[in-house]
Ligand binder design. Structure first.
Ligand SMILES: NC(=O)c1ccc[n+]([C@@H]2O[C@H](COP(=O)([O-])OP(=O)(O)OC[C@H]3O[C@@H](n4cnc5c(N)ncnc54)[C@H](O)[C@@H]3O)[C@@H](O)[C@H]2O)c1
Length: 343
C-alpha cells in the first residue's frame, strides 16, 4: 500500500496488536516513526548483503524474546531488502510465526523485495538459500525515504525496475509508448526526481503483485521474475568489488537479452537500449573473461535449476513475453558472457 503519511499508517496498523517492536536500518534518520513505539522497542541493524546471515536473524529473535513479544505481537521492518528479508524470516520462525509489516526504504526493496512474500538469508555462500515464503500482513511504501538514498542504490533499484519493464505482463496488450519499459527509458537518470519515479514504482509493484498472485510459490509463471538473475547472481558472487544487487541484475539482463535475441529472435532494440544505459550509468561488471568457468559453475549450482547441473534461464521472446525454463548449453552461456565482457 502506498502512503503519504507513514507515521499515521504505522500508528493505525500497530494499534491492532497487543505489542509491537521494530527493526530499523542504521542508515535511516533516527526520527520517530510511530507515536506508539518507544525507542526501547527499536533494534537498529546494519544494511548490506554481508548482514544477511543467521547471526543477524538470531539478534532479531533475541530482541523479540527480550521484549516478551507473544504470538499476537507485530514485528515492523523498516529498511532495505536485506533488512526486510532478514526480519521477515525471523518473523516466520519466531514462535512458529508472528505478523510482520514491511516498510521498504530503498528503491529496490520498494519495487521488488517487499512484494511477493520471499524472506531469507544467505547460507554456505549461497544467496537466499535458507528462507520461507512468508508475506508481511502489509507493505507500506512511502517514497519519501528515497530522499536520503545514495545514487548508487537508486541505480540498483532501477535495475530491478528495468527487469520489470521487460517482463511486464500487460505490455503485450499496450501500445509501445504506454509500456512501463518506454516510461523507464524516458526517466531522467541524471537527476532522478522522486515525484516522476513514484508512478513507475507503483507500476512495478502492480506488475509483481499480478505475477505473484498467479503463482505464489514459484511453481511456474513466477519464474519470469528471475529474468536476468541466472547470470546476475553468478556475476554478483564472483565480483571482485561487489556492487549493489541491481547492478548485477543489469549485467545479467544484458547476457540473457543477448541469448533471447540469438535463441528466440527477440528484437535487438531493448538490448541496445540497455547496453547504452549500462555504459553510461552502471559501468562494466567487476569480473572478467578469466572468471568464465567459475561463473558457469555457479550457474550450474543455481537453486532455480529444475535438474542438477543444468543452466536454466528465463529468456524473452519480446517485451512482455518471457519464456521460462530455457536450458542453455555451456557454449551458449560462454558466448553471452563474451558479449557482456566485450562491451
Ligand atoms: N524477497 C525478495 O523477493 C527479494 C527480491 C529482490 C531482492 N531481494 C534482496 O534484497 C537485497 C538487496 O536490497 P537493497 O538493495 O535494498 O540492499 P540493502 O538493504 O543492503 O540496502 C542498501 C543500502 O542502503 C542503505 N539504506 C537503506 N535505506 C536507506 C535510505 N532510505 N537512505 C539511505 N540509505 C539507506 C542500507 O543501510 C544499505 O547500506 C538482497 O539481499 C536481495 O536478495 C529480495
Amino acid at each position: 500500500m502506498f502512503c503519504e503519511d507513514i507515521h499515521s499508517a504505522l500508528d493505525s496498523l500497530i494499534s491492532r496488536y497487543d505489542e509491537a517492536v521494530v527493526v530499523r536500518d542504521e542508515s535511516l534518520q533516527p526520527s520517530v516513526v510511530s507515536r506508539q513505539l518507544s525507542e526501547g522497542s527499536c533494534l537498529w541493524l546494519k544494511g548490506g548483503e554481508a548482514q544477511k546471515k543467521i547471526e543477524t536473524v538470531e539478534r532479531v529473535w533475541d530482541f523479540l524474546f527480550e521484549k516478551g513479544v507473544t504470538r499476537r505481537g507485530l514485528l515492523v521492518a523498516i529498511g532495505g531488502g536485506v533488512l526486510t528479508d532478514i526480519a521477515g524470516f525471523a518473523a516466520s520462525t519466531y514462535k512458529r510465526g508472528i505478523d510482520w509489516v514491511a516498510v521498504p526504504t530503498t528503491l529496490l526493496a520498494m519495487v521488488d523485495a517487499s512484494t511477493g512474500g520471499k524472506t531469507g538469508i544467505n547460507y554456505r555462500g549461497l544467496k537466499n538459500s535458507i528462507g520461507a515464503f512468508y508475506p508481511p500482513v502489509e507493505t507500506l511504501i512511502w517514497p519519501g525515504w528515497l530522499e536520503t538514498l545514495p545514487a548508487r542504490e537508486m541505480l540498483s533499484g532501477f535495475g530491478e525496475m528495468l527487469k520489470m519493464g521487460l517482463i511486464e505482463p500487460s505490455a503485450v496488450s499496450r501500445q509501445p509508448s504506454d509500456r512501463l519499459w518506454e516510461a523507464l527509458m524516458r526517466y531522467d537518470l541524471d537527476t532522478m526526481p522522486i515525484e516522476s519515479l513514484t508512478p513507475l514504482i507503483k507500476a512495478c509493484v502492480e506488475a509483481k503483485e499480478q505475477i505473484v498472485a498467479a503463482d505464489p510459490k514459484e511453481e511456474g509463471l513466477r519464474k519470469v521474475l528471475n529474468f536476468g538473475h541466472t547470470f546476475g547472481h553468478a556475476i554478483e558472487a564472483v565480483s571482485h568489488q561487489p556492487s549493489a544487487h541491481g547492478y548485477a541484475v543489469v549485467y545479467g539482463i544484458i547476457a540473457e537479452l543477448y541469448l533471447s535475441v540469438v535463441r528466440l529472435g527477440c528484437p535487438k532494440e531493448p538490448l541496445q537500449q540497455l547496453t547504452r544505459l549500462m555504459t553510461e550509468y552502471y559501468g562494466r561488471p567487476q569480473c572478467k573473461c578469466s572468471d568464465r568457468s567459475r561463473l558457469i559453475e555457479l550457474m550450474r549450482c543455481d537453486k532455480k535449476n529444475e535438474r542438477a547441473g543444468e543452466i536454466n534461464c528465463t529468456l524473452l521472446r519480446d517485451i512482455g513475453e518471457p519464456v521460462i525454463n530455457e536450458v542453455i548449453t555451456e557454449p551458449e552461456a560462454g558466448e553471452a558472457l563474451d558479449y557482456l565482457f566485450s562491451l
